[in-house]
Design a protein around this ligand. Sequence first.
Ligand SMILES: Nc1ncnc2c1ncn2[C@@H]1O[C@H](COP(=O)(O)OP(=O)(O)O)[C@@H](O)[C@H]1O
Ligand SMILES: [Mg+2]
Length: 354
Amino acid sequence: MTTDTTESRTAGSGAERAGGGLDIGGLHKALGGRTIIESLDMVVHPGELVSLLGPSGCGKTTTLRMIAGFLTPDAGSIKVGGREVVHLGPEQRPSAMVFQNYALWPHMTVAKNVGFPLKLRKRPKAEIAERVDAALELVNLMHHKDSRPARISGGEQQRTALARALVQEPELLLLDEPLSNLDAKLRVKVREDIREIQQRLGITTVIVTHDQEEAMSVSDRIAVMNNGKIEQFSTPAELYSAPATEFVATFIGSLNRLEGLIEDGRVVAGEGVIGIRPEDVVFSPDPHAGGVAASVQRVVPRGHFAELHLRRADVELRSYVTGAPPAVGAQGSARIAKWLEFEDGRLVRQGGQA
Ligand SMILES: Nc1ncnc2c1ncn2[C@@H]1O[C@H](COP(=O)(O)OP(=O)(O)O)[C@@H](O)[C@H]1O
Ligand SMILES: [Mg+2]
């Protein structure tokens, strides 16, 4: 990946598709005698940003390390830009990784850190200097070129690590929990920056995160992982509106989860599991508005909306309301406008009521 034909890319010359796609098939990995990744398949299109999203310990980092070449799978294929790379070491692969802890050299300046992968590849000094400058421009860090990592902020360290990956002009950019060491406010800014740079370069990107909001806000598609398997690989909107499994439905967004089934708008005992998004529970202060009689137990202000804890005759539900919320103790009615029905953990039906 140090061929001269790719030279102008980090200069941000436009929205050309720099990335090759990623095609993973039958990936398997056991560690410590335990299966960690079980026959994982995934296709990431050129220029796409995909998140691997799942709870801690589900195998996200293990998967990313196999894609990057730091860990050898027991079986499976990993193709980047159509080329098999599974037998190659990390240096030989057309990918670059940003590690969760950034892994910066404390004794090197920002510029030296960023240039290090090129030095390893024995690129000429002048070329390294030029490419380091271009990468630092890209992440807005030129003014810290000569600073050491300890003297810059967490966000700037993160951008240094990103520049060190981008300087390699990879076809595939891999980031492991890139925002986990940043405070909440900075996290939003940095994730927007990452998305902006990713789109400007058109670079195929895989981000590992356990944070659903983060994944939803930057990804073209999200692979939701659970226990070493991908439960669903879809757009953020589809994961939310049509989760394939109960796990995905509860992991993405908020959900009222009830055992039973819905008959004539009421929840009755039954075999299945019902999932209802809080925004699909419609509270009305008019007891005769339709639905089932309900009282407001609790009101939790959530900024531009409020979360109501409702007690209906049949069940307790959380509901979101925008505008002025009712008072605690208010009596009214609550209607379930939309719901999801699961059997054996899988979505079998979507119900709705006008
Ligand atoms: N070197 C190892 N030896 C044994 N088990 C490991 C090793 N590395 C990771 N694991 C286990 O593999 C599982 C997945 O880990 P990891 O991929 O780091 O999860 P995630 O990044 O999703 O939090 C965890 O249960 C972890 O304890
Ligand atoms: Mg991890």
